[in-house]
Design a protein around this ligand. Structure first.
Ligand code: UD1
Ligand code: MG
Length: 466
């Protein structure tokens, strides 16, 4: 029997019902990943600013996995440390040699309890959707001993083929390398995620041999072993795009594109207008309110929260920042980590904000750098204002009071405090605190010599005629 994906999606009750079983996730990440040509372990390469491994651990967590066992190789610096930041109740098993996917699962067995369902995932398959895995676990828990994630491959080359009997039970999986010509014609393939009743896992893995074209211990072989012991294996279908396994930088770019397309669609479904969806790039953790309008060519780095009714105009780059309701950002704005833009504030073109709180209704509309600062409510920061926050050793704070008016092309040399409602004359270099409601001007005084220009011209024109 196939559990059709659409059937799962059409019954929301079934989706939200808790799965009444203990789930243990095993994440395989001990493969060499040599095709990435990288000093960094493959699973730490990022999709939308989150390591692939993070995507996999997150989906296991969302699914309600009670514990996660990560299988890593001995030399994988950083993988374990990273995983610990991303999953609680994590055990790390070391597979000493990459002898195949069944051998990797064997390394995890000491950490796997004897009850519930074990969900086996690949660390390099970052796009699996929660609802698909939920269907997989549920099918295993309620209808079978093993549930395998299958998909119809446009080009099945390289994948394991799923072989079904007349009752549409899965009898075995044959790897591409080992498949006969007729088996290679099967387009239903192994997507690489599998749910197995915990009580059977160790015995099944124990029977896997390595007498095959690759000389590896294949995890998919547990299906034929289960069949032999009269255990039941079923297929749950997913989409081809979600089983995409990343082996190269080209695959990584493809996975990124899939992620971005999904993120754009999700944003629009939730009430965000994207004027040119293909040119907007989200991070995994981008949070957007309702009635946000995002212009063309906007890039979100990690850690961004945008509230309702915000407009982000074209060509803005935003990371580690929050923008409160009704604010307008851009075009060509750069919000860096620690930028907190208040409600109805305006951040205009060629403005860079770093670690600064811009309070309600403040305006910084043109060509400014505001870093390590507070800009009080309703303050107006003129074109070309710079907070001089760094002396080569330390960063210092600029505090601009509510309703202050900073004239164009001013340099505010921190630490410095501009009082509420104060005015700063254009072109000032402000090095001392300014009291509230005062005017401070710190620039050369203007002088004038009547008739100087005409006299100068007359003198030079006479010379030129000689
Ligand atoms: C596997 C499946 C294949 C399926 C395909 C889907 C096997 C034998 N084949 O093939 O049926 O169609 O995925 O993408 O399982 N790993 C280890 N230790 C090892 C070997 C692999 O941890 O000794 C990890 C890898 O890091 C990777 C995952 O297991 O995350 C899958 O290994 P990979 O070599 O990519 O398997 P495929 O050849 O893609
Ligand atoms: Mg693979």
């Amino acid at each position: 029997m196939y559990v059709e994906h659409s059937a799962v999606r059409d019954s929301p009750d079934r989706l939200t019902d808790p799965i009444m079983t203990e789930i243990t996730a095993i994440v395989l990440a001990a493969g060499k990943g040599s095709r990435m040509k990288s000093a960094k372990p493959k699973v730490l390469h990022e999709i939308a600013h989150l390591a692939m491994l993070g995507h996999v651990l997150d989906v296991a967590g969302k699914l309600g996995a009670h514990r996660t066992v990560l299988v890593a190789a001995p030399a994988m610096t950083g993988v374990e440390a990273y995983a610990r930041t991303r999953a609680h109740n994590l055990d790390v098993a070391i597979q000493t040699q990459p002898l195949g996917t069944a051998d990797a699962v064997k390394a995890a067995l000491p950490f796997v309890p004897g009850k519930g369902v074990v969900l086996i995932l690949f660390g390099d398959t970052p796009l699996l959707r929660e609802e698909t895995l939920q269907a997989l676990v549920r099918t295993c828990a309620e209808e079978a001993d093993i549930a395998v994630l299958g998909f119809e491959a446009a080009d099945p080359t390289g994948y394991g083929r799923l072989v079904l009997d007349w009752e549409e039970r899965l009898t075995h999986i044959v790897e591409h390398k080992d498949a006969r010509e007729d088996e290679r014609g099967i387009r239903l393939c192994n997507g690489g995620a599998m749910a197995v009743k915990a009580e059977h896992l160790a015995a099944l893995i124990g029977e896997v041999g390595n007498d095959n074209a690759a000389g590896e211990f294949y995890l998919p072989d547990i299906v034929a072993i289960a069949h032999k012991h009269d255990l039941k294996a079923l297929v749950v279908r997913g989409l081809e795009e979600e089983v995409l396994g990343v082996n190269s930088r080209i695959d990584l770019a493809e996975a990124e594109a899939v992620f971005q397309r999904r993120a754009r669609n999700k944003a629009m479904e939730e009430g965000v207008t994207l004027l040119d969806p293909q040119s907007v790039y989200f991070a995994t953790d981008t949070r957007l309110g309702r009635d946000v309008v995002i212009g063309q060519n906007v890039v979100f780095g990690p850690g961004v929260t945008i509230a309702d009714n915000v407009t982000i105009r074209p060509f803005s780059h935003i990371e580690g920042a929050s923008v409160a309701a009704g604010a307008i950002v851009g075009p060509f704005a750069r919000l860096r980590p620690g930028a907190e833009i208040g409600a109805d504030a305006h951040i205009g073109n060629f403005v860079e904000i770093k670690k600064a709180v811009v309070e309600t209704g403040a305006k910084i509309n043109h060509l400014s750098y505001i870093g390590d600062a507070r800009v009080g409510a309703g303050a107006n920061i003129g074109a070309g204002t710079i907070t001089c926050n760094y002396d080569g050793f330390n960063k210092h704070l600029t505090d601009i009071g509510a309703g202050a008016f900073i004239g164009s092309n001013s340099a505010l040399v921190a630490p410095v405090k501009i009082g509420d409602g104060a005015y700063i004359g254009s072109g000032s270099v402000i090095t001392r605190d300014v009291t509230p409601d005062a005017l401070a001007v710190a620039r050369g005084k203007q002088i004038e010599r009547a008739g100087w220009a005409s006299a100068f011209r007359a003198k030079n024109e006479k010379k030129g005629g000689e």
